[in-house]
Each structure stands twice: as C-alpha cells, then as structure tokens.
Ligand binder design. Structure first.
Ligand code: FUB
Length: 343
C-alpha cells in the first residue's frame, strides 16, 4: 500500500453506467473482499471496513485506520446482501492497536477462523487469528499474533488434501521490505530499496498446523518468474508483487494472484505447487478508480467470480466499496482480463 497516496479524488455516483458492477452495499464502506462459500452454500465476504478519518490523514497510509470487521453475506450472486454486526473489534484484540487491514477466513472441524493484519504496540504489522462457531462471528481473538508472522494481507488456500496455507506480504506501508534479513528493521525503507535488475521482494507462504492458529513451518519466500524462468525484477513495476496475494486451485493448477500496487493492476502467475514457483501469465483487472486494488477469486456453483473494490461511492481512496463480477477462463486456463470502467 502507498506510504503516501497521491491521486486526483473524483466523485462518481452509484449506478454510473461506466462501471461494470455496482457496490454490493451502501450501508458501510468496505474493501479487500475475501469471498468464501462454506458448507451452507451461502457466500460470505470478509472485508476491510473503511472509515472516515481526519482531513490531514487523507492521502497517507494512515487514512486506512480501520477499527473492526463486518462480514457481508448473500445467498447467491445478485441476491440481497446482509451486512452483519461487528465480527471483531480492535479494542478486543490484546496485542493490536490499529489498522485492521485486509482479512481472510477459513473453516475446519466446526470452527471458523478469521485471519487479519494489524499493527502491534510497536507499530509493526503482524497477523492475528480469531475463532468463532459462526461464519459471521463474533470472533474470539488469540492473545498474541501468529508466531513468526509479519506484514499484511493474509490469504488462505484450503487445498484439496485438507492442508491450509497462508500467503502474506505487502511492500511499502505493508512493511515487507523491512523483513529482508528475517528481523524487523525499524529504520528500513518506507518503500522499496531493491536495486533495478534484482529480484523483487517476495511474498511468503507457510502451511498452517492442525490448530489453524500457528504456522507449521517458517514462512518461505515465493518465486514469481517471467516467461524465461527468471525472477520478476523490482523495477518491473507492472508485474512485480506489491500486496494482496490470493491463491486458488483450479484443477491441478495453482493460481497466485496479486496486486502490483503503484501500477494498479491485478495480475496472476501459475504453478503446480502451493509453494510455487509461479510463472507470470497476465492481467486480471485493469486499474479501478482509487489508488488500491485488491481482490479474491471464488468458484460459486461452477462459475468463477472476481470480488474487488473501487471508490465509486466516495471518490476517496480510503473509503472503498466492494463489488463482484463474473470471471472467465479460456480453455488453456488463462484468464480473460477485465476493464472495470469500459467506455
Ligand atoms: O485496506 C488496507 C490495505 O489497502 C490492504 O491491506 C491493501 O491490500 C490495500 O487494499
């Protein structure tokens, strides 16, 4: 996420025909949608809950000062959207102080798990876990963040063999560049110090243990390769990883999808293992209105959907609204890219 977000703010009303999809709710501002379909067949969206902030914060990463999570749900695409009560409040998380950013969720053996990034008392992003017998919460947080976790944007892959993997990372405001030698460097860069031509900073993945509350292993970096099998480099801004990893499996192919941040694309790479390496394949979504772009991709009754956000309702980068639109795969497994504002 931008350390300092500069953009021209603009206002576009709901229902504006330029947009291929409309906001799923106008009750609250929501972003970073992680859409899940659990055993009851209902669609649950675990999202950031954006809030207004003081004027002087607008245009900075501190404008993303979210305090709680609210789950959205619907019985089918196009169905009525329910905005559920607060699922987890930062005031109830013993170790967290601020900035409840992009969450995700998982289900195992009758328990729902909410995973979320937040800053601790030292201003360092960690990943927390919370549990509930209900998909909409309220969730009970663990006393401490997941040991060995850092940075932002946890994304969960529930693989077909029952294993769960957590993908994490975000550069700039997400602090991933400050963890490059395994320890947090408080004096590290606010952006990305990697020299041009060097491999881009890598997101990481760890398998969850049986409790779903800890990692079973030390997080490992993920390689994202170009068409020649070489690592994507830090200066390849249209293709390098920035934040918002979302991994799903389609057949035997693992799709590692992510945001390129300051170039505003959602893109994807594919591989044959949850650990990668993944080879870059192309774009999923052209830039949306607003600085950030963040998504999930979910199969619902045999059809694939892209959940994403933009700033159609507010015209302000820190007050976003989630949307969903159909996603099409070609016969060779590549994705048909979407332009969110045609015409
Ligand atoms: O919502 C806060 C941050 O903005 C997320 O963690 C990033 O992925 C970006 O969408």
């Amino acid at each position: 996420l931008a350390a300092c977000v500069a953009q021209t703010e603009m206002t576009a009303p709901m229902g504006d025909p330029r947009y291929i999809a409309q906001p799923l709710t106008d009750e609250i501002y929501t972003a970073d949608p992680s859409a899940r379909v659990w055993d009851d067949g209902r669609i649950y969206i675990y999202a950031s809950h954006d809030v207004p902030v003081a004027e002087e914060l607008i245009g900075t990463a501190e404008a993303f000062d979210m305090r709680d999570y609210r789950v959205l749900s619907m019985d089918r695409p196009g169905g009525a959207v329910t905005v559920h009560p607060v699922a987890l409040d930062v005031a109830d998380v013993p170790w967290a102080t601020q900035q409840m950013w992009a969450p995700d969720a998982a289900y195992k053996n009758g328990t729902y798990y909410l995973y979320f990034p937040a800053k601790d008392a030292d201003g360092v992003f960690r990943i927390g876990a919370a549990t509930s017998p209900s998909p909409t919460g309220p969730f009970t947080p663990q006393a401490a963040p997941i040991a060995g976790s850092y940075s932002i944007d946890p994304g969960i892959l529930a693989d077909k063999d029952g294993e769960h993997y957590m993908y994490i990372g975000g550069i700039w405001g997400g602090q991933l560049q400050r963890w490059q030698d395994g320890r947090y460097d408080p004096a590290g860069s606010d952006t990305d110090p990697t020299p041009a031509g060097q491999p881009a900073i890598a997101p990481v993945v760890a398998r969850m243990d049986d409790t779903m509350l800890q990692f079973a292993e030390t997080p490992r970096p993920i390689e994202i390769l170009d068409e020649s099998g070489e690592p994507i480099t830090a200066d390849d801004l249209d293709r390098r990883f920035f934040e918002g990893a979302w991994v799903f499996r389609r057949g035997d192919t693992y799709y590692f999808t992510y945001s390129t941040g300051d170039t505003h694309y959602l893109v994807y790479a594919t591989g044959s293992s949850p650990y990668g390496p993944f080879t870059y394949r192309g774009r999923i979504l052209e830039p949306v209105e607003g600085w950030t772009t963040h998504h999930s991709i979910t199969e619902i009754d045999g059809n694939w959907w892209l959940f994403y956000h933009d700033t159609q309702r507010s015209g302000l980068t820190h007050l976003r609204n989630v949307k969903m639109t159909p996603l099409t795969f070609r016969d060779d497994g590549t994705i048909v890219p979407i332009d969110p504002t045609p015409g």
